[in-house]
Design a protein around this ligand. Structure first.
Ligand SMILES: Cc1ncc(C[n+]2csc(CCOP(=O)(O)OP(=O)(O)O)c2C)c(N)n1
Ligand SMILES: [Mg+2]
Length: 414
C-alpha cells in the first residue's frame, strides 16, 4: 500500500504542530490546552517573540552579534557537509547517510547553550550538535563509511564530551540517564555522601547531560525509563526530542495521540514545546533548563518542532509517503534562511553571507577529501573490542579469518 498522508497546518508564524490528535473532548475534563510553542523569530526571521518566550528572553542577553554569526557559519558548514555526504553515498563512498537538512536550527542553539563540561548523547542525525562540540566532520562520516566502530574518541577533550552516535533507537536515553545519575553521585561524594536514593532532594552538580532523539523514538520504553529515573533521582538530565514530523514513513500523529512533551510533564520533568527551527528558542530554553538541572532542581524536556526536509536516510524515498506541499511549507521555515533574515535585520550584510558560503564549501570539500582517504581498519579491529581482555574465541576467529583471506589471495594469484 502506498498511501500518502495529508495533514493540515495552522496559519503562518505558528510552527505547525502535528495534527490528528484526539482533542480536548476526550481528556476527561482536564484542561489540556497547549501553550504556543516558544519562539523568538517569525518565519521570515524577524524578532517577534511568542508570549511564551518572554520568560526565557533574559537568557539571550549574554549573546553578541559575533556569537550569532558563528551559529550561522556552523549551520552553513554542516548543511554543505551534509549535502556532500549524500553525494558521497550516491557515489558509493558511504554505505548510508542520514541527512539533517532542516534540523540545524534547534541543534545549533541547544549545542551552544551547553557548557564545555556537559555531556551530550546524540542519535544519528545530530551533525550540527557534534560539529559545534568539536567533532571532526570526517569522524562523523566514518561510521557511515563503515570504517570505524564509532567514529571518534569520546575521551579526547577535543570532541567536547559528545558521545557516539546511537543507531539503536532510545538506547542513548538510558546511557544518558545513567550518566546523569553518575553526575549526581559525583556531587554527593564531593560533599562527603555516597547515598543515591530515589526521592531525595536534588543536589547541585558541576555538569549536566543532554540526550537527543526523535519523535518515533519516544515509543521505545527506554525513553520513558530514562525519564522515570531522572525524575526520581532529580538528576541533571535534559531530554531533547526533535519532532521532525516523521519516523521514516510513520507520521507523528500515528505515533502519539497527544503532544509528546505532555508525557514528560507526567513524569515530573519541566517540559515545553519550542519552534525547533529557531536557534534562539533552542538556546534560551536549553540554557535555562540546564541551569535548573545543574542547580539540583531536576531534569527537563524540550520538544523541538521541526521537519526533516530530506529523506530519512539515503535508503529512503520520502516521495512515496508524503506530499510535496508539506515539504514546501517547511522549506519556507528553513532555519538557515530564517536566521539569515534575522542577522540581516541586525545589520549583517552581503559580504558576511558570501564569505560564510565560501567557508562552508571549503569545509565540506576538506571533509570530502578526508573521507575518501580514511584508512581501512585491519581485520583484527572487528574482534578487538568484543571483550575487554584477550579472549581465546576471538583469537580463534581472527586466525580463521586471516587464513581465509590468505587462501582467497592465493586463489586470486593462481
Ligand atoms: C530499536 C530500534 N528499532 C527500530 C529501528 C529502525 N529505525 C531506524 S530509524 C527509525 C525511525 C526513527 O524515527 P525518529 O525517532 O522520529 O527519528 P528520526 O529518524 O526522524 O530523526 C526506525 C524505526 C532502530 N534503529 N532501532
Ligand atoms: Mg522523527
Amino acid at each position: 500500500m502506498n498511501q500518502k498522508v495529508r495533514r493540515e497546518y495552522p496559519a503562518a508564524n505558528i510552527p505547525p504542530r502535528y495534527t490528528g490528535w484526539v482533542s480536548a473532548t476526550t481528556t476527561f475534563g482536564v484542561d489540556m490546552t497547549d501553550p504556543e510553542p516558544i519562539r523568538f523569530l517569525d518565519d521570515e526571521g524577524r524578532y517577534a517573540p511568542s508570549a511564551t518566550a518572554a520568560e526565557f528572553a533574559n537568557e539571550l542577553e549574554g549573546l553578541d552579534l559575533d556569537d550569532l554569526k558563528q551559529w550561522y557559519r556552523d549551520m552553513a558548514a554542516v548543511r554543505a557537509f551534509d549535502t556532500e555526504c549524500t553525494h558521497l553515498q550516491r557515489q558509493g563512498q558511504l554505505a548510508l547517510w542520514a541527512p539533517s537538512v532542516g534540523q540545524e536550527g534547534g541543534q545549533v542553539g541547544i549545542a551552544h547553550a551547553a557548557s564545555a563540561e556537559d555531556h551530550l548523547f546524540p542519535t544519528y542525525r545530530e551533525h550540527t550538535v557534534a560539529y559545534v562540540r568539536g567533532v571532526d566532520l570526517v569522524g562523523i562520516a566514518g561510521q557511515f563509511r563503515g570504517v570505524t566502530h564509532g567514529g571518534w574518541d569520546v575521551t579526547d577533550p577535543s570532541n567536547g564530551n559528545c558521545h557516539l552516535y546511537t543507531l539503536v533507537l532510545g538506547a542513548q536515553a538510558q546511557h544518558a540517564g545513567g550518566f546523569a545519575m553518575g553526575q549526581v553521585l559525583d556531587a554527593k561524594r564531593k560533599a562527603g555522601s555516597d547515598s543515591l536514593a530515589p526521592g531525595e532532594a536534588g543536589v547541585p552538580t558541576d555538569a549536566a547531560t543532554i540526550v537527543f532523539y526523535g519523535d518515533g523514538t519516544t515509543s521505545e520504553g527506554d525513553v520513558s525509563e530514562s525519564m522515570v529515573f531522572a525524575s526520581s533521582f532529580q538528576s541533571p538530565l535534559l531530554h531533547v526530542m526533535q519532532n521532525n514530523s516523521w519516523a521514516i514513513s510513520v507520521p507523528v500523529a500515528r505515533q502519539s495521540r497527544t503532544p509528546i512533551y505532555r508525557r514528560a510533564l507526567g513524569f515530573g520533568l519541566r517540559a515545553v514545546q519550542i519552534d525547533g527551527n529557531d536557534p534562539l528558542a533552542g538556546y534560551a530554553v536549553a540554557k535555562r533548563f540546564l541551569a535548573e538541572a545543574k542547580a539540583g532542581n531536576g531534569p527537563g524536556y524540550i520538544e523541538a518542532l521541526t521537519y526533516r526536509m530530506g529523506a530519512h536516510t539515503t535508503s529512503d524515498d520520502p516521495t512515496r509517503y508524503r506530499e510535496s506541499d508539506e515539504l514546501e511549507s517547511w522549506r519556507r521555515r528553513d532555519p538557515i534562511v530564517r536566521f539569515e533574515g534575522y542577522l540581516r535585520e541586525r545589520g549583517v550584510g552581503d559580504d558576511f553571507f558570501a564569505e560564510a558560503a565560501q567557508q562552508a564549501d571549503a569545509i565540506a570539500k576538506q571533509a570530502r577529501e578526508g573521507i575518501l582517504t580514511m584508512p581501512e581498519p585491519g581485520h583484527d579491529a572487528m574482534f578487538a573490542h568484543v571483550y575487554s581482555e584477550p579472549h581465546p574465541l576471538m583469537d580463534e576467529q581472527l586466525e580463521w579469518l586471516e587464513d581465509y583471506e590468505a587462501a582467497m589471495n592465493e586463489g586470486g594469484q593462481a
